[in-house]
Design a protein around this ligand. Structure first.
Ligand code: NAD
Length: 264
């Protein structure tokens, strides 16, 4: 059975074939969804277009989410060419590399503004722009990280942005619920992507993760994709305003030493 048969998804955040958004796209394609893509800058087009074509999509539009005119233009094209959409995927985040190392208290005003604008406001802007394309309801999904709740070294302003993103997700869920639009966030464990490489110390956390997480394994973009398929499907029709952890159980731990949890 195809869970997303007859549904159309507009996906923001594919940069390459390691992107979480690409794992989500592949899983949605496998489950019968028709896909449309948007990428950030011109240089990414040569990576994203062939990926889109491999899943039968010819809708591949540039959109820097900090530009209202580019958001308007991609949604106008979507309205003209697709008519309506059922699923919005927001897998977009950015903070300057210098903000993702050292002490949080050194965060600059500009670094804070940029992280919040690209990683948080963009979800609000894309969600609002999706409204006219979702007259029959739909599902909006964003990507967050557990640093929104607990302190992770070096995540700094990105952690604060993820807290704001989760709150934004809940407010949108309350706003859009009466229209039959569900809004949720997926919180995955660490995945080796372009963005993750910008966080100082990420490699070490990634290496140590499977020794600590209850399920003793990493999370792949495909794993995240499968959860996104379920969230976007009618099987999750009464779920909105939630953070779904796809992290091998990492978030339930209070102790971070592998020695603290013994295998049976
Ligand atoms: P990625 O680098 O593949 O994806 C990030 C995307 O954001 C890229 O496609 C990039 O082009 C896009 N982007 C950045 N600035 C933009 C702008 N101004 N306009 C439009 N697009 C812009 O990395 P990823 O890890 O797949 O990240 C996807 C999401 O998953 C992010 O929200 C990230 O915080 C979240 N996440 C990642 C991890 C991880 O360990 N990789 C864990 C939890 C959550």
């Amino acid at each position: 059975m195809n869970l997303l048969e007859g549904k159309r998804a507009l996906i923001f955040g594919v940069a390459n074939d390691h992107s979480i958004a690409w794992g989500i796209a592949k899983a949605m394609h496998e489950q019968g969804a028709e896909l449309a893509f948007s990428y950030a800058t011109e240089v990414l087009e040569r990576r994203v277009r062939p990926l889109a074509e491999s899943v039968g999509s010819s809708f591949v539009e540039q959109c820097n989410v900090t530009e209202d005119t580019e958001i308007e233009s991609v949604f106008k094209k979507a309205a003209d060419e697709l008519g309506s959409i059922d699923i919005l995927v927001h897998a977009v985040a950015f903070a300057g590399r210098e903000e993702l190392e050292g002490h949080f208290h050194n965060t600059t005003r500009e670094g804070f503004r940029v992280a919040m604008e690209v990683s948080v406001y963009s979800f609000l802007a894309l969600a609002r722009a999706s409204l006219p394309l979702m007259p029959e309801g739909g599902s909006m999904i964003t990507l967050t990280f557990y640093a929104s709740e607990k302190v992770f070294p070096n995540y700094n302003v990105m952690a604060v942005a993820k807290s704001a993103l989760e709150s934004t997700m809940r407010y949108l869920a309350a706003d859009f619920g009466p229209r039959g639009i569900r809004v949720n966030a997926i919180s995955p464990g660490p995945v080796r992507t372009l963005s993750a490489a910008g966080v100082s110390g990420f490699k070490r956390m990634y290496r140590e993760f499977p020794a600590v997480a209850p399920l003793r394994r990493h999370v792949s973009p495909e794993d995240i994709g499968h959860s996104a398929v379920w969230l976007a499907s009618d099987w999750a029709r009464n779920i909105t305003g939630q953070v779904l952890f796809v992290d091998s159980g990492y978030n339930i731990l209070g102790a971070f030493s592998p020695d603290a949890t013994s295998d049976p």
